[in-house]
Write a protein that binds this ligand. Sequence first.
Ligand code: AMP
Ligand code: MG
Length: 339
Amino acid sequence: MNTILLAADEAGIAQAGRLLADGQVVGIPTETVYGLGANALDGAAVRQIFAAKGRPSDNPLIVHIADFEQIYDLVTVVPEHAKRLAQAYWPGPMTIILPKAACIPDEVSCGLDTVGIRLPSHPVARAVIRAAGVPIAAPSANTSGRPSTTTAAHVMEDMQGKISAVLDGGACAVGVESTVISLAGERPRLLRPGGVSHEQLEAVLGPVEIDRAVTQKIGDDVRVSAPGMKYRHYAPHAPVTAVCGDPEKGAAYIAEHLSTGAGVICFDEYADRFAGHIVHRIGAADDLGAQARHIFDALRAFDETDVTEIWAQCPDDAGLGLAVANRLKKAAGFHVINV
Ligand code: AMP
Ligand code: MG
């Protein structure tokens, strides 16, 4: 299959919409990361997403809508607190898990009785969903286990020859995947940190539990609420060590322990401590937005090098830091050093 690169203009969006309506898979830009989209109501179309990614068949997909009202066709109930959350943070980088309606094929929910719904803010994402005329199931547009994709070029790297088209909407503004919040259980539960912070969720909902898979390694035998959380994720080829705590101490620790062939992911202020090594800076220590935008690009970039190990400075858990730290710790297989 020849994968075509479409410009995100009127013609490109219309063509992407036709391909999606026709049951094909298209890489689409969103404000979080690129998604690998297919008609969410067509099980056969959705199966091709799993094939293109090599995604484990028990890892469910998020369904993307262009207008709030579409949610009523996809879930059995929209509780009051879900409406309040949507009002506060949709369109935006947040997925709400609710009990699924019968129209959601098993290929999307992977045997669960719930479905994740998201209303993205990226104008191209919403235009293409409207053009397709159906809700769009879309996981991140990377090969399973690799870092997520935040540019059309990244998507081409992983998906060339495997999907029909990629719609080029430029670099993603958030850079990490959506916050996943479950409202399907007794209490609200944060399953994956993302662009909407835990603090922002609590401002609307009151107390929100953080699933332990966010901060800890979960054994293969444990049943988790977000099946995606148990898989090794975001991993470059070289092993990663995440260094948390005071950034100054962290930089000193890394400089001391760095082996000759090692690479470094660091905050901008500390880049000159690692002369002679391949260094990717992800933003200033206090600029969590920049860190979120650059983290996957940095992790991916090391795969084009022959570094033997990667040391990464990791922010603390406040605000967007929880999402950045979660991606880094997962990339590190939870090999974390606290200084
Ligand atoms: P991705 O789209 O690749 O970013 O992955 C979607 C994430 O959302 C994975 O971690 C899934 O496990 C999670 N997810 C999707 N649907 C559900 C659901 N119904 N219940 C719990 N987690 C879900
Ligand atoms: Mg993913």
